[in-house]
Ligand binder design. Structure first.
Ligand code: COA
Length: 398
């Protein structure tokens, strides 16, 4: 045996003394001044500003500026940034033509990952020590990711993507490009708040992925493409799609407790619950729940909300003692559904927002870079003699 269990989830390598913690739980992998999470109090801040304040007073673009450059912009800085983003919303016809070749039944996250990566072909100058290059790359990615998400939605329906509208603000323009209708101002404002809530969350899997990619000094489009691929999984950004499927499966509020009982008995994960960092209800879930209620009051109730509410109440008893409460994905799907966003676009919408955090971490990583190259604990066989082909038995996979 080369490894031994040391209690908890640690595994110690006997020869080297290295300690492995699965999932790197509790292992700091970087220093960062971007986002702070208090998982016991349920508090979250970006650059020292509480999420509650940002969700009420800020806009997604302003929050993006704050995350990436560390300070809230002056009015002039904000006007310039907003203008630059507006000027770069369009994507080349070559990117749109490429997207037209994607299979219509492919997942929009795969379409987004491929189209984000393709930007590296169009803007290939890799001058990551030039502040102007960094600014331009930030502007392009923040501007073009929503356009690409909306474009794939229309392309897969057999339509041509529609052009961004210069008279519409960032969030309203995305909803317009997606639905082909000018959105209600309340819907736009609520969507913008959702983007603020999802913009950053310290060293989650996709951001870690972004930082690892950034640490090789590759281009920012590769950084974002790698993070999009990581976000797509059901244990990360993909969970909000699964939450709606689960709520539909439960069907009625009365069924919530028995569903939960059987999930707990069979050790099945309840989607939208649990978080490595939070031992209380995720503060983003608190705000998203109130946004859902605001939307329902204006545009009509959603009966799945009653199922969600009943599930949360039942889970407080069955899962609460283990510190498992609703996370950000639990209510976001209900909000997006009311906004008319198709279910398989929930995670791409998450990416539209999280690109702000990824780019903030990209800049921070470049500021004090050392390539990520962790160790491993080898659990394979020790050195052995070469076996000629005609003497081999029981080859792996046979
Ligand atoms: N439902 C039921 N039990 C859960 C649970 C959930 N959603 N999340 C965690 N648990 C339980 C596990 O079964 C495990 O119990 P055990 O110690 O008795 O074996 C314990 O809590 C620890 O779970 P683990 O998966 O090791 O926690 P983690 O920190 O590695 O994972 C998540 C965190 C988010 C991946 C996990 O909570 C999860 O899979 N949640 C559902 C998917 C989801 O909503 N993802 C979106 C995250 S924002």
């Amino acid at each position: 045996m080369v490894v031994s269990q040391t209690g908890g989830t640690e595994i110690r390598h006997e020869r080297t003394g290295l300690v492995f913690r699965p999932g790197l739980e509790g292992v700091p992998a970087t220093q960062s001044s971007i986002c702070d999470i208090d998982g016991l109090q349920g508090r979250l801040s970006y650059r020292g500003y509480s999420l509650d304040d940002l969700a009420v007073h800020s806009s997604f673009l302003e929050t993006t500026y704050l995350l990436i450059w560390g300070e809230l912009p002056t009015p002039q800085q904000f006007r310039d940034f907003e203008h630059e983003v507006q000027m770069h919303r369009r994507v080349s016809f070559r990117v749109r033509d490429m997207m037209k070749c994607f299979p219509a039944n492919g997942h929009p996250m795969d379409a987004l990952q491929s189209s984000a990566a393709s930007l590296g072909l169009f803007y290939s100058r890799r001058a990551i020590d030039d502040p102007q290059y960094i600014y331009d790359a930030v502007v392009r990615l923040i501007a073009k990711i929503p356009t690409m998400v909306a474009a794939f939605q229309l392309i897969r329906k057999g339509q041509d993507p529609i052009q961004p509208r210069d008279d519409l603000a960032y969030s309203a323009n995305f909803l317009y490009m997606l639905t082909e209708q000018e959105p209600d101002p309340l819907a736009s404002r609520i969507f913008d708040r959702c983007l603020i809530l999802h913009a950053e969350h310290s060293l989650n899997a996709s951001t870690f992925s972004a930082r690892v990619t950034a640490s090789t000094l590759t281009d920012p489009y590769a950084v974002v493409a790698s993070a999009v691929g990581t976000l797509a999984g059901p244990l990360h950004g993909g969970a909000n799609e699964d939450v709606l499927a689960m709520l539909e499966e439960i069907g009625t509020p009365e069924q919530a407790d028995s569903y939960l009982e059987s999930a707990v008995a069979s050790k099945r994960k309840v989607m939208g619950f649990g978080h490595r960092e939070y031992k209380v209800k995720d503060p983003r879930a608190v705000i998203l729940q109130s946004l859902a209620e605001e939307l329902f009051a204006r545009f009509g109730h959603d009966e799945l909300y009653d199922v969600a509410h009943a599930l949360e109440t039942a889970a407080a008893i069955r899962l609460g003692p283990k510190g498992i409460y609703p996370n950000v994905d639990f209510y976001s799907g209900l909000v997006y559904r009311k906004l008319g966003i198709p279910r398989d676009l929930f995670t791409p919408v998450f990416a539209i927002s999280r690109v702000a955090g990824w780019l903030a971490h990209w800049r921070e990583q470049l500021g004090a870079n050392r390539i990520f190259r962790p160790s491993q604990i080898y659990t394979g066989t020790s050195m052995r003699h070469w076996v000629p082909a005609d003497e081999r038995v029981n080859a792996a996979g046979a």
